[in-house]
Design a protein around this ligand. Structure first.
Ligand code: IMP
Length: 176
């Protein structure tokens, strides 16, 4: 069995346009503030790199590494922080950047965890949402695209650590 990316789901141009629009919305809503952009590794790093350059604010960036235990296709909700933030977020306006909200279990854990650290505000920007697989409700404040229940790779997202460097989002299909 091999697994390869096939159809383009979201093109480079569509990604660029949507990320620019998200950047404009965040710029106007956080005007006068200095948000901390918390990038959830690894899948979000490409999206975050484009997004922060579309935000015209004196922001700072920090990274959070997480590992979600599951059966390979679905996370269980048991999430381990593998690399924690390097600075306190107490009293700060925190914006979490996530690649995809699938079951929502990873984000539920992260929102609950970060809220205990006393941020002034805590919001979420997600590039993709798969509502068909949602197990818990997660408030997505800024959303790129809603997609069907397909496995996607590219633009930072992987399948077994591969394909993160594809410039567009493609669907993965399995064949003999
Ligand atoms: P959740 O806890 O089920 O919401 O898991 C979210 C995480 O699962 C994301 O941050 C991704 O790392 C991974 N994931 C879920 N769906 C996909 C997909 O279609 N492609 C690549 N990774 C995915």
């Amino acid at each position: 069995m091999t697994t390869e990316p096939t159809d383009v789901l979201i093109s480079r141009e569509a990604l660029q346009q949507r990320v620019a629009a998200l950047g404009r919305a965040i710029t106007s809503e956080y005007a006068g503030r200095r948000p901390v952009i918390v990038v959830v590794l690894k899948g979000s790093f490409v999206f975050a790199a484009d997004l922060i350059r579309a935000i015209e604010l004196p922001l700072t960036v920090d990274f959070l590494g997480v590992r979600s235990y599951g059966d390979g296709t679905e996370s269980s909700g048991v999430v381990q922080i593998t690399a924690d933030l390097s600075h306190s977020i107490e009293g700060r306006d925190v914006l979490i950047v996530e690649d995809i909200v699938d079951t929502g279990l990873t984000l539920r854990f992260l929102l609950d965890n970060l809220r205990t650290r006393g941020p002034r505000s805590l919001k979420l920007v997600a590039l993709l949402h798969k509502p068909a697989r949602s197990r818990v409700t997660v408030p997505i404040d800024y959303l790129g695209f809603t997609i069907d229940d397909v496995f996607v790779v590219g633009y930072g997202l992987d399948h077994a650590q591969r394909y993160r460097n594809l410039p567009e989002l493609r669907v993965v299909s399995e064949h003999e």
